[in-house]
Write a protein that binds this ligand. Sequence first.
Ligand code: GAL
Length: 397
Amino acid sequence: MLMMITMMVVQAAAGEGRTYEYKSMQSERRNLLANGLANTPQMGWNSWNHFYCNINETMIRETADALVSTGLAKLGYKYVNIDDCWAELNRDQKGNLVPKKTTFPSGIKALSDYVHNKALKLGIYSDAGSLTCSKTMPGSLGHEEQDAKTFASWGIDYLKYDNCNNNEIKPTVRYPIMTKALMNAGRPIFFSLCEWGDMHPALWGSTVGNSWRTTNDIKDNFDSMMQIADMNEYYAEYARPGGWNDPDMLEVGNGGMTKDEYIIHFSIWAISKAPLIIGCDVRDISKETLNILGNREVIAVNQDRLGVQAKKVRTEGDFEVWAGSLSRYRVVVLLVSRGPEPGPITAHWDDIGLPPNTTVVARDLWLHKTSSQRFAGKLTATVASHTCKMFILKPVA
Ligand code: GAL
């Protein structure tokens, strides 16, 4: 079949030149990113949301320790990601990036050895421009191959690639250069695109990166978080194993939202198949935060092998129904009251993609309880202001 299609295409192309062009374009696209990573959304930690530029090798090591001692690593939070501000402003005489001597005196290789010894992975940050966003270190534009090789030689497993100081060259031109460089670096390196959704990366990101930011930076408040969730939802169809929409890193535990608002935040990120990258100080994590980030059932939704991003299927004023398919014919449903009022919110089977005559049991993923009641056609729950209810509906015979 594939051969037939190829032949038809080849025949359809007018001359030899066009045929060749078509074929090489196809293989170029296919080969651009084939690193075998991101079968499920990435999980880990990143320094930016809590620490901004105040980072150093000691706190990165302590964070790795804390991911293990809290049990978060075992739940899947594997990537320890250093964000902006880790390097000297000037490259060395050979043009290599140099870890900042005052804050990373032992170098990045020593850090990756440390992190790998704990069965974790190390991520780093660069920029597809001349300087990073903080302007305290160089970007990789024009140094892609060299920097990718440097990262690989240090044992780096993940690159977040930002978009500042970009000489107004399009991201669709600048980012694939790094994709190729990483593919040639001799080590599988997860590629996280961070061009803030400027050029709708969901439309072209899957051959370039393993995830792509769909929005501007998240802020640690309810309105910002929900606005970003809405923008990210728009691109739901484009998420799939190998490449995910990224509505930015988690703010859970940073203090700007209530516990229930953080539960909404984590639930939406989980059903949206968003990267679960913790953004708080895990060395000093509260029990409450740990209970949210450590909810195995919610994590399992995020990591479900079907890899389908949930959508907002019904909005009635401030009441919303989000739903998405899971493996084994299950459906995850999130009922959210985002306004000041409580309300009964109803998930109708025809909205959430269940056949009309299906009977289900409902598992509440935050109460950890399965309903004794069975539901047919719809499920209604009372949802208080700024809270949510999250269920897995499982068909029963
Ligand atoms: C922004 C990016 C943030 C953070 C910051 C570092 O562009 O969206 O997540 O990486 O740069 O300066």
